[in-house]
Structures are given as C-alpha cells and as structure tokens.
Ligand binder design. Structure first.
Ligand SMILES: *Cc1c(COP(=O)(O)O)cnc(C)c1O
Length: 216
C-alpha cells in the first residue's frame, strides 16, 4: 500500500488528508491522484500555474488548495486557480479575496490562519481578537466563505509545546463557532506532528514529505 493510503486508513474518515505536493512534479501528483486523492495543497501561486493544467483541463474533480502565504498582487491569479485558500492572515486580504472572487463570479472557501506558535517567522493572525473580528466581518461578504481555521505548529521536537499550540487553536476554533456556527474545518498537523493534531481535534491534516518524499 502507498503511504497516502496508509495514513488515510490510520486517521479514518473523520479526518481529511490533504497531500501537499509543493516542489514535487505533476507526475507525482497524478500518482497520488490515482490512489484516490482529489485535492492537493500548494504554497505558491506561480508554482500552481506552472505545474497544474488550468482548472477546466484538470482530471475529474482534481482541486488545488493554497496553503502558503498569499501576496496581495497574486490574489487575482490565485482565485482563478484554486478552490480554497487556507492561509488568510489579515482582514485586508480577506476583503481583497472577496472582491476578486466577486469579479469572476466565484465564492471562495477560505480558512483563517492562526499563528498558534507565536513564532515571528510564521504567518497567520497573532491576535485572537483580530481573527474573530475578521471572521465577524466576513459574515457580510458575499464572495468569500470562511469555513474554518488553519495553523502550523511550532518547529520543535517538544511534544508538549506542539500539543498546547494545537489545543489553543482548537479552543479558538470553538470560540469562532459562536460567531459562525457552520465552521467545519480545523486544519492542523503535518508530516511530523499530525498524530498529535488529530488527538487535539484536527479535522484536516496537510501532509507533504511523508507522502511525496523529503523536499530538496
Ligand atoms: C509544506 C507544508 C505542509 C506539509 O509539510 P510536511 O512537513 O512536508 O508534511 C503543510 N502545511 C503547510 C502550510 C506547508 O507549507
């Protein structure tokens, strides 16, 4: 069995496994697609454009989710190429995604990214109140639909630190549900920490190197 199938069996039906194909070839994507994966995580708009066929020309039901930081000047391109943006880290970016999606008659599903580790090098909302305020504002936006939260755990071997960062994000997720009760996606966990993330309530894990091999 493939690693993709192994992990999917391990985490079960209630956790969505998003293979992260950044830096890997389209052939590698197709191989995991043939195992049943439909959605792929990528972190750069230019790479998506270069690597994948245009949305109309992709194999049946193949979708790309953007999981990396999005620059404002790439929003127009991004909304035309992906079906979900998991890395929304400011209110102004949310507004821009709403505007550009409206322009092409699309409603974009997005996740708000929370910087749960407090690491300065990481993106995401650092301020919980600010994130909740952005969520509240999104309720009146017609072309953007916030469906949940995303976080990247701290870069450490300390399991306790990783766990508390995920626990913290789950608590924020529950708070956010009081503002928007149909939030359904809590995206946390990567190759090295997905088991902890699932134990702490993750509904989506983003796994790259375990599935596709180490990146150069
Ligand atoms: C690269 C990346 C992943 C996957 O990382 P692995 O450690 O290779 O599993 C997950 N989430 C984000 C935001 C990433 O940039």
């Amino acid at each position: 069995m493939s690693v993709y199938a192994d992990i999917r069996n391990e985490v079960g039906e209630n956790v969505f496994l998003l293979p992260v194909s950044k830096t890997k070839s389209y052939e590698a994507v197709l191989s995991v697609y043939s195992e049943g994966a439909k959605c792929f995580g990528e972190n750069r708009v230019q790479e998506i454009e270069r690597k994948f066929p245009s949305p109309q020309e992709r194999p049946d039901k193949m979708e790309v989710y953007l999981i990396g930081q999005l620059q404002k000047n790439k929003v127009r391109k991004a909304v035309s190429l992906v079906s979900r943006i998991e890395s929304v880290d400011s209110y102004s970016l949310l507004e821009l995604i709403d505007k550009e999606s409206a322009r092409i008659g699309k409603v974009m599903d997005v996740l708000l990214e929370y910087n749960s580790s407090g690491e300065g090098s990481k993106s995401g909302f650092k301020d919980r109140a600010e994130l909740i305020e952005a969520l509240r504002s999104s309720l009146s936006m017609e072309s953007v639909n916030v469906i949940g939260l995303m976080t990247v755990g701290p870069l450490t071997d300390d399991e306790n630190l990783i766990r508390s960062s995920f626990r913290d994000t789950k608590a924020l997720f529950d708070e956010c549900r009081k503002v928007k009760d149909d939030l359904s996606v809590l995206s946390m966990g990567m190759s090295h920490d997905y088991r902890i993330a699932v134990e702490e309530g993750s509904t989506e894990i983003r796994v790259g190197s375990l599935i596709f091999g180490e990146r150069a």
